[in-house]
Design a protein. Structure first.
Length: 202
């Protein structure tokens, strides 16, 4: 039975990077390919990649190259809303699957997360139905983030500009995974970020 949906946000324009960051090389594949491998190995029940609406976009072509089926990808419903448009799209899909307990929001530029971090995070999700599940490093919350089913419907129709704004309006119990993995606080926005993070990840 599917209990959680991993939504990989891959619709960004990568303006500061200068090239589509999910298509950059990572180990033996691309950043996107590595993310898919990592989440599958961690025990993901279901993965959904949120991509740009343009079918000629580099990320869409990379999904084709990786053989990702149509059931595991969808264009953002609101490209003009940036990251929040992808989040709303993911929530809309999650709301159509009543068996889900969590929607996991996974950034598309965090291929450096430790495998054990992802496994522990999904284990905490399994143990925490009805709760907002966060990862925390050095007292600071990072990503991924898991939203409980009670939020899906409202999130899919919200006009809030950011996920933080939306969550600030909610009263929901939480569960935190405290981790030594500093990568949960880091994403790759620039070529310098990519060089630094890829070197540290080995």
């Amino acid at each position: 039975m599917i209990s959680h949906l991993i939504a990989i946000l891959a619709a960004g324009e990568s303006r500061r990077m200068g090239s589509p960051k999910l298509c950059l090389p990572w180990k033996d594949t691309s950043v996107l390919g590595h993310l898919l491998i990592q989440w599958r190995k961690a025990g993901a029940d279901k993965i959904l990649v949120i991509h740009p609406p343009d079918q000629e976009a580099s990320v869409v072509r990379e999904l084709d190259r990786l053989g990702v089926p149509a059931s595991e990808r969808t264009p953002t419903l609101a490209f003009e809303r940036g990251m929040m448009g992808s989040v709303v799209t993911a929530a809309d899909r999650a709301a159509q699957a009543p068996a889900l307990t969590h929607l996991v929001i996974a950034l598309g530029d965090q291929p450096h997360l430790r495998p054990e971090t992802l496994r522990a995070f999904l284990q905490l999700c399994a143990e925490s139905p009805g709760k907002l599940v966060r990862v925390v490093h050095a007292g600071k919350p990072g990503h991924p983030l898991a939203l409980p089913t009670s939020l899906f419907a409202d999130l899919s129709t919200t006009s809030c500009a950011t996920l933080r704004d939306f969550l600030g309006q909610q009263e929901i119990p939480g569960a935190d995974l405290t981790t030594s993995d500093s990568g949960v606080l880091i994403d790759m926005d620039t070529p310098q970020d990519y060089d630094q993070v890829s070197r540290s990840a080995g």
